[in-house]
Design a protein around this ligand. Structure first.
Ligand code: IMP
Length: 193
């Protein structure tokens, strides 16, 4: 069975391919000759994941899934949330994004935050949703060299170091994305074909 991942990122797709049952072939948008930037205009992660999944259903009517992730900071009422990629502007610059978070959090004691990933899956005519969360806090300054995005300023609870201080294997043990995909993969293992 072919399952389309609503992403142009081959690397992301290969990662999932290595985890799903071998009968399932994960294809990217490019693999199905879809070179569009799928709109992500919803004010929620659920909405964006659904919007990307629905785009594939409307244009190709095939089994597919889409994900969306955001950093949700309690003291900032859930910001940057769905705007995580472009919090400091359309340049999508991770350093500017982190600087903006650190300046908004300046002097704030409650540093609780979480990463949340939502996956929308369309399988054989039915729609499903999966969520992965990792709780933690925003550090006072950047630390670490690994990872991407907000990793240098996010410390998962009970870790004592940021995502950016971890290698990929360590991060994958507890990350929001890994947790959400583990749920979807469990589901596929039980329900595929
Ligand atoms: P996406 O939905 O996976 O494209 O993620 C949206 C944005 O959230 C990214 O551009 C990053 O700024 C941020 N983000 C997502 N996942 C992570 C992560 O694992 N570490 C740090 N930042 C992340």
């Amino acid at each position: 069975m072919k399952l389309i991942f609503a992403t142009h990122n081959k690397h992301k797709a290969q990662e999932i391919q290595s985890l799903v049952p071998s009968e399932i072939q994960i294809l990217t948008l490019d693999d199905i000759q879809c070179f569009d930037e799928i709109p992500e205009t919803s004010p929620t992660l659920e909405g964006n994941a659904n919007q990307k999944m629905q785009f594939i259903i409307d244009h190709y009517n095939v089994n597919c899934f889409a994900d969306d992730t955001g950093l949700e900071i309690e003291a900032l009422n859930g910001e940057p949330g769905v705007y995580s990629a472009r919090y400091a502007g359309e340049m999508k610059d991770p350093n500017l994004n982190m600087n903006l978070v650190l300046s908004k959090m300046n002097g704030i004691k409650n540093r609780s935050a979480r990463f949340r990933t939502v996956i929308a899956l369309y399988l054989n005519g039915e729609k499903y949703q999966f969520e992965g969360i990792v709780n933690g806090k925003i550090t006072e300054s950047k630390s670490g060299k690994e990872g991407f995005g907000y990793d240098p300023i996010f410390e998962p609870e009970n870790c004592g170091k940021t995502f950016s201080d971890m290698n990929l294997q360590e991060k994958n043990q507890l990350s929001h994305r890994a947790r959400a995909f583990a749920k979807m993969i469990d589901f596929l293992n039980q329900n595929s074909i």
